[in-house]
Design a protein. Structure first.
Length: 128
């Protein structure tokens, strides 16, 4: 952060009711920010939240809660093309939320409940 911006922020901080020493308060705030930047859990949360930030992917997770399914079953339920379904499955799989395996000539997918639970624990720990 450049000095000019730092001084501008300190000038605002001095007007806050609870701030007696803007220099010390600014230093503590910067330490908080630096700690958050170094927190690798945020990257995990971004992966998780991005994977769930699409209605089709949420629907896929919901469908797989019942039982494992192959891509053609997901195509029928979602009325989407195989490439579109595969795209969403890849994102969910990269996040560790689902796993695929060969069953005959088809790939089936199911939920990785432990990973979903882990993400929710992390979300609860970091944000609540």
């Amino acid at each position: 952060m450049n000095i000019e911006h730092e001084e501008e922020i300190k000038a605002k901080l001095i007007k806050c009711e609870d701030v007696k020493n803007p220099d010390l308060h600014f230093k503590k705030l910067r330490e908080l920010g630096d700690g958050l930047i170094q927190d690798t859990h945020f990257e995990d949360l971004i992966t998780f939240l991005n994977a769930l930030s699409n209605i089709k992917r949420l629907m896929i997770i919901n469908i797989l809660r019942e039982k494992d399914r192959c891509v053609c079953e997901l195509e029928a339920v979602l009325d989407e093309s195989q490439p579109s379904i595969s795209h969403h499955l890849k994102i969910l799989e990269n996040a560790g939320l689902i796993r695929g395996w060969k069953k005959g000539k088809f790939t089936h997918y199911d939920i990785v409940k432990e990973q979903i639970d882990s993400y929710f624990d992390l979300l609860n720990q970091e944000l609540i």
